[in-house]
Design a protein around this ligand. Structure first.
Ligand code: HXC
Length: 255
């Protein structure tokens, strides 16, 4: 499909994406890169990062990969700093790393619950916290007129309730709360735009193959209003809009 955006709409931007080597995260890495951004990917699996960076580079996208776990503050700091060292600044942080498995609440250990909270919620906050000094207006490598952008990838599981997803529902609800609170505080104080996207079921992702029944993964979409699930491309285009100069610019009341 052809992008509705100008191919250079993210030209000159530097983006760091956790979980950017697979699933929705990789589609975002690819589309951000195709629209002009330089891409840094952070993930736990060395081979996944390596393969993803190779694909991006084969498309002519300036790309680098860093092994790291968002649960470890020292990894978060190291990867943020390495990104700035490589590309000179940081404009965009995408938090797409997530952990998930189906388990009934009564069989889920507190540590299993905590593990997903640590990846999705605490990991998102940790990355935002480490990136703040680079994303804020006037931060290293940035001009003094505009701050950066944070995009948190959430889900819709917690809007009602979802079978065997108590840990992920709690974690994604926390991510949504982080998004709103950082948008308020860091939008006001630092001109950093903080947005979230909450995808429903998206085809060709680990989340979908792990979580949804086999008949849906096999294409049984009769019960769905549009007779399809979402596509990674849909999420990427929404993300480009939000990341671009078109998305929610701040008005300066003093101008
Ligand atoms: C029950 C489990 C479990 C399972 C792990 N645990 N897997 N409990 N059922 N299947 C428990 C363990 O018993 C342990 O608790 C604790 O969790 C930590 O387990 P580890 O294996 O040591 O953790 P770790 O190696 O760090 O792995 C964490 C992980 C992660 C969350 C399991 O590796 C993972 O799931 N990766 C897959 C990523 C993924 O699926 N991404 C897609 C996200 S999709 P105890 O008490 O035994 O010590 C998404 C979108 C959702 O988020 C929306 C879709 C519609």
């Amino acid at each position: 499909m052809e992008s509705p955006f100008k191919p250079d709409i993210l030209r000159g931007k530097v983006a760091l994406l956790t979980g950017g080597g697979s699933g929705i995260g990789f589609e975002l890495s690819t589309q951000f890169g195709k629209h002009g951004a330089s891409i840094a990917i952070m993930g736990r699996r060395k081979n996944v990062i390596h393969d993803a960076v190779s694909v991006l580079q084969s498309l002519g996208i300036p790309a680098v990969g860093f092994e790291g776990d968002v649960r470890k503050p020292e990894d978060a700091r190291r990867v943020v700093e390495a990104t700035v060292e490589k590309f000179g600044k940081l404009d965009i942080l995408v938090n797409a790393a997530a952990g998930n498995f189906l388990v009934p609440a009564e069989d889920l250990s507190p540590n299993g619950f905590k593990t997903v909270m640590d990846i999705d919620s605490v990991g998102t906050f940790t990355m935002c916290h480490q990136a703040l000094k680079y994303l804020k207006k006037g931060g290293p490598g940035k001009d003094s007129s505009t701050g950066g952008f944070i995009l948190n990838i959430s889900a819709t599981l917690h809007y009602t309730a979802s079978w065997y997803q108590i840990h992920v529902s709690a974690a994604k609800a926390a991510v949504d709360a982080l998004t709103r609170n950082l948008a308020l505080e860091w939008g006001t104080d630092h001109d950093i735009r903080v947005n979230g996207i909450a995808p429903g079921p998206i085809g060709d992702t680990t989340g979908m193959s792990k979580l949804l029944p086999k008949e849906i993964n096999d294409g049984g979409y009769e019960t769905m209003p549009l007779y399809k699930v979402g596509e990674k491309w849909d999420i990427a285009m929404a993300a480009i809009y939000l990341a671009s100069v078109a998305g929610y610019k701040r008005n300066d009341p003093h101008c």
